[in-house]
Design a protein around this ligand. Structure first.
Ligand code: HEM
Length: 499
């Protein structure tokens, strides 16, 4: 009996050692960068944490000192890069550091079923085929600004009503901003109607909330191997994913049949045409439609949350923005024709947006490239072929060696005081990979133009109608894992019309 117990104990320790050796022991290469202990990735399972604290405590110092670290994420070891020069190299050599998203990394996962093979994660000829359809649809010069303004006015109304219901308390803003960014993306970019803003219970809202809840469970994000097992909750998640994708396609097809529903150069029409002409198959349509929807509304939504948070913490910057709006004669809510060229010329508005995106890039960390050959990053870090490589924008955008000692401070004035100077600095910072919120090179974000236009319209519409502050009972914390932004933000709004 004793021998049997000893055997069990031995087996137990051998299994632990085996798991540690195979999965958790940092790889030997690259040799000259440190590894962040694997258990750092597991902290959010055991403690209710703010991930910006985790970053500061365990990752920032080695990452900044060495320019890159080995990081355990998604149940494997990766190289996470911080140093702008290294990022420039990665952005430039698209074939050596090739895109390799979840469809390649974890094809069996629910996440991969959700987003499939798409323009963001594909490489080579597949990417070119996707890009030829998507790029012209996103880089139009004729997005319907009136629709954005109309939605922004509705958002103001919804927030005002919510504030009345909340009395002196705060309004949880994320739900409203989610519906608002879904409405903007679907109506203006895809030219598809889902009634997301006005109807809380519209199928797209219900399904999106369900997908987010079911897909992004930290245990499955960190250990995607678990998706190989038929857990009932994961079978349910797969069904929700299919329903969500089908609802997107239903909306798109239905809107395309309406008279004047879609313009020929819009993204929605272009995607359907690509399917009908045989350029894309049905699955490619669904995969790319889903990723355009997710990237196109989730990132602006997070940008809005973080910007409202920063403006709430800095009432003096909110007031300065209001002064600029008055200066440009856009103070009256009745001025509902906002000219994109005028908006683009408002220096302080532009700096506020660039500065918010600097401090809180919606995609703060992303690991979706792998080396197609052995690579010598910066001529010094040897990364073996087949290693996953990612970027930490949150860290790069706050690097004190390029942004100065006040790199963590919200200071829009650092961008300059006139449009020419601000845009010059923007181009310079991006070219040097010191500001990487849209990443860079050939694979930089294609939705930047729309995202910035939307942010401009949103801020002008909100600031000219109201001012806001943090709900004093809200605890100032960032999300525990996933995208990094203020968690469950609550704001108190006050109408400017009162005075
Ligand atoms: C503030 C808002 C946004 C931010 C911060 C953002 C950020 C990014 C980043 C960092 C990437 C590169 C991802 C990678 O390296 O794998 C990217 C790619 C992309 N984004 Fe955005 N994005 C935003 C809004 C949008 C919008 C509104 C759309 C419109 C649908 C969009 C469409 C795309 C597409 C299609 C790509 C893939 C480009 C390619 O690989 O060819 N994004 N975005």
């Amino acid at each position: 009996m004793l021998i049997f117990i000893l055997e069990i104990i031995l087996l137990f320790f051998l299994s632990i050692f085996f798991i540690y050796y195979i999965f958790l022991l940092p790889p030997k290469y690259p040799q000259n960068i440190p590894a962040v202990p694997f258990w750092v990735a597991l902290i959010p399972f055991f403690k209710d944490v703010d991930q910006s604290d985790i970053f500061r405590e365990y990752i920032q110092e080695p990452l900044r000192k060495h320019g890159a670290v080995k990081l355990f994420f998604g149940a494997q070891w990766n190289v996470l890069v911080h140093k702008p020069q290294y990022l420039q190299e990665i952005f430039k050599d698209e074939d050596l550091f090739e895109k390799s998203g979840n469809q390649k990394k974890i094809p069996h996962s629910v996440l991969s079923q959700f987003l499939g093979d798409n323009i963001i994660s594909a490489h080579g000829q597949d990417w070119k085929t996707y890009q030829s359809v998507v790029k012209p649809g996103l880089q139009r010069n004729n997005f319907e600004v009136e629709k954005l303004v109309k939605n922004a006015e509705s958002l103001c109304g919804l927030l005002k009503d919510a504030q009345l219901r909340a009395g002196n308390g705060g309004v949880p803003v994320q739900e409203f901003l989610q519906r608002y960014s879904v409405a903007n993306l679907s109506e203006v970019v895809l030219q598809t109607e889902f009634d997301a803003l006005n109807s809380l219970n519209a199928p797209i809202n219900v399904l999106q909330t369900a997908v987010k809840r079911e897909i992004f469970k930290p245990i499955f994000m960190n250990f995607p191997v678990l998706d190989r097992f038929p857990f009932p909750s994961r079978e349910q998640a797969r069904k929700t994913v299919d329903r969500f994708r089908n609802e997107l396609k239903r909306g798109l097809v239905e809107s395309s049949t309406k008279a004047n529903g879609m313009s020929t150069d819009g993204l929605g029409r272009r995607m359907l045409d690509a399917r009908d002409s045989g350029t894309w198959n049905e699955k490619q349509l669904l995969d790319n439609l889903t990723v355009a929807f997710v990237a196109g509304q989730e990132n602006p939504q997070l940008c809005m949350i973080s910007t409202l948070y920063l403006l709430a913490k800095h009432p003096e910057i909110q007031s300065k923005l209001y002064q600029e709006i008055l200066q440009f004669n856009l103070g009256q809510p009745a001025d509902d024709v906002l000219d994109p060229e005028v908006l683009q010329d408002m220096p302080f508005l532009t700096s506020v947006i660039y500065e918010s995106l600097r401090l809180f890039p919606p995609i703060g960390q992303l690991v979706n490239r792998h080396t197609s050959e052995n690579a010598l990053l910066g001529g010094e870090i040897m990364i073996p072929k087949g290693t996953y490589v990612g970027y930490n924008c949150y860290s790069t955008n706050r690097d004190p060696t390029v942004w100065g000692e006040n790199a963590n401070v919200f200071d829009p004035a650092r961008w300059g005081d006139n449009t020419v100077a601000i845009q010059k600095q923007y181009r310079h910072r991006r070219a040097r990979a010191e500001w990487v919120s849209f990443h860079g090179g050939r694979r930089a974000c294609l939705g930047e133009k729309f995202a910035l236009l939307q942010m401009r319209v949103t801020l002008v519409s909100l600031v000219r109608k109201m001012r806001w502050g943090l709900d004093p009972t809200w605890i100032d914390r960032k999300t525990p894992a996933g995208p990094l932004y203020p968690r469950a933000l609550r704001l108190v709004f006050e109408s400017r019309e009162k005075q």
